[in-house]
Design a binder for this molecule. Structure first.
Ligand code: SF4
Length: 261
């Protein structure tokens, strides 16, 4: 590789050295592109990022109220602090998933983060270990974050569901409804600058839409006053590596937003 070829697009604010960053990109399965002309804007050349479109959506997803009587200890979830909320989730039996879980999977990362990542539900490994996004999908997510200069210490990560659906089946709507107050309270407590919905289940739930995920990307939404972007779930990217380049475009949009806000 020539010295000029090493001028790989690097998002503003990313503090990784080039060698490490390229390793992360390669871990994501992305081959960096190189500028043919010195005058090229490398970031744009690399990602071909579209300008964000502010989409018209409802101000927020409907806040789904579960009667406090149904909750463990009859506590109003919307008033919980972190320890109480986590404890409520750990004892929750609101939906049938409590019968098959090994343990609840609450969150990981920084509870004061600017960026909140919301995935679908714990997988088998998460169910055993108790942390969201472990295993190969977790490694890919880490690589994605590292590629834009972030890691688990400065983002907040959770899922729509806190319990593992057997055989990784799609969550039932009733389960999502039951679990939603916990997610609402997590968002309220974190107060992130930006939410990134990872995958169809999170995007559909938060935006109250059934639109295809591909059509939801590269637009900026607002969820209860908090800007929100949509991208692919890392597990999907493992099955469909061809979409990783689009995912990289989304990440650059996230990086750009965080740099400007
Ligand atoms: S998925 Fe959510 S609502 Fe269902 S049992 Fe687990 S914590 Fe409770």
């Amino acid at each position: 590789m020539s010295s000029r070829d090493s001028s790989i697009a690097k998002p503003q604010g990313c503090t990784l050295d080039e060698t490490t960053r390229v390793e992360y990109l390669q871990a994501m399965g992305i081959q960096p592109w190189y500028s043919r002309h010195e005058s090229d804007d490398l970031t744009e050349t690399h990602a071909q990022v579209a300008e964000p479109v502010v989409a018209e959506v409802s101000e927020s997803a409907e806040v789904l109220k579960i009667e406090p009587d149904l909750l463990p200890g009859k506590i109003d979830i919307s008033t919980c602090d972190w320890p109480t909320l986590e404890q409520q989730v750990s004892h929750c039996q609101l939906c049938e998933l409590h019968q098959t879980r090994t343990q609840t999977v609450f969150d990981v990362g920084n509870r004061n983060a600017d960026l909140m990542l919301i995935g679908e539900a714990p997988g088998e490994e998460e169910d055993i270990k108790g942390d969201p996004f472990v295993g190969s999908a977790g490694h890919l997510l880490d690589a994605m974050m590292q590629a834009i200069g972030l890691d688990r210490q400065n983002v907040y990560i959770t899922n729509v569901l806190k319990c593992h659906p057997p055989a990784n089946r799609k969550p039932h709507t009733s389960e999502i409804v039951c679990c939603d107050p916990y997610l609402q309270q997590q968002i309220k407590l974190v107060q992130p600058k930006l939410i990134l919905a990872l995958g169809r289940v999170a995007a559909h739930h938060l935006l109250l839409t059934q639109d295809k995920l591909g059509s939801l990307r590269q637009k900026q939404y607002t969820y209860n006053g908090i800007p929100l972007y949509v991208s692919y779930h890392p597990a999907y990217l493992l099955r469909k590596p061809i979409e990783k380049r689009k995912s990289w475009q989304d990440l650059l949009e996230v990086r750009r937003f965080l740099n400007n806000n």
